[in-house]
Design a protein around this ligand. Sequence first.
Ligand code: NMX
Ligand code: MLT
Length: 440
Amino acid sequence: MSILKERLRQKINECRPRTERLMREYRDVKVADVTVGQLLGGMRGLKCLVTDISYLDPLEGIRYRGYTLPEVFKKLPKPKGKEMPYVEGLFFLLLTGDIPTEAEVHDVLDEFNKRRILPRYVYEVIDSFPCCSHPMSIFSAAITTLQRESFFSKKYEAGIPKSEYWDPTFEDAMNLLAKLPEIGTYIYAKLYRDGKRIQSNPGLDFAGNFAHMMGVEEPYYDDVSRMNFIIHSDHESGNVSAHTGHLVASSLADIYLSISAMINGLAGPLHGLANQGVLRWLQAIMEKMDNRIPSEDEMKQFVWDTLNAGQVIPGYGHAVLRKTDPRYLLQREFSLKHLQDDLLFKYVDILYKVVPPILKEHGKAKNPWPNVDAHSGMIQWHYGVTEYDFYTVLFGIGRAIGITANIIWDRALMYPLERPKSITTDMIEEIVANASKTDG
Ligand code: NMX
Ligand code: MLT
């Protein structure tokens, strides 16, 4: 058994009694009330999901297993001579809560290596997509196609006990994650590089191999890939992709079906697709400016034009955060160090100065600060990955790492089918009328 799986088994044995006790002794203790505003307003702030893998504070940003992102980047082991940590180490941390040793990271790396070969039929499915298909549709379909490999589904049909569901789910997760770099880069090759696929290199780590198969041999693109997958991996459980993955998995749909569903949720313009929206918008500004650096006043005008046309500023705002996203800041720090002279970085930099005050003056967005998507595309563009429709696939590969970890734990703690209750508008009006009578 892999070191990771053995450690996970120990952690599950430690954690299960806590959840069981809460359900047994405290099931009627109230955690939150629901307001009409929350019911009709996308359930903002409603505490109705549980995960120990990450937690999002509106001011501080995300913590993975209690560690802030700067701490995660500092503490996780890194490949020799590299600035960014192994993605394999992140997966170990998310699953177990422990910072892995080098040996533990290599154990995950070896496991991924054993499982990375993509069946022929997945290439054929990708090849068969009609032209102009969006890369996220192809990505989602490629993952669904792999569903026939699900170990969990076979074990479920064979009748394994509920307490063991997490084990084949873990195997499915490892099998799927190991294949994502190959799936993503083949979609890229097929759509934008005449189908010229670069063979994977088993000597490389998850993200290093991804960078290699993308055909970007520039220094730092492997580190960019490590950073990209790590910062996108998890953002607690209420965001659309995480919540979708959790919901679908709660029906005991296997990892392939659940991750494919979460990819579909990520592909919306208010969520992960915003990263391609940012690049499209930046390109429009550059065209208008004839590729020169705009003055702050010119940039302000462009931002106002976008708002006055009734559009959102992509990459700005957030449903939970109320400060600049630390994921944005990490990418900014990398860019200040390595890409300072990049023209597009200068655009992103000016926008960071001018957008927040404008959004404040505009008065609608609760959070005027940039989120992760305001920066990620610019870095890809710098390294020659200019096909911005592809950027959400990069987000999706990272997000799959966090969501598979969450689904394994959902099964480990034997969370039930998710099935909240809906009510009608009449019923809300009645509740409101009764409340006003009581107040009066
Ligand atoms: N530009 C213009 N208006 C905005 C923006 C923005 N960037 N952000 C929010 N607003 C508007 C929003 O459309 C809403 O208007 P209305 O009342 O007319 O419907 C109003 O401000 C209040 O929205 P909030 O409560 O601040 O934001 P909400 O929680 O509903 O939505 C986002 C959060 C992220 C969907 C929203 O800020 C947005 O649309 N941002 C741009 C798209 C984006 O960057 N999405 C990526 C988010 C991160 N991710 O990776 O998923
Ligand atoms: C995410 O990473 O999922 C986004 O920032 C959206 C969110 O957290 O609501």
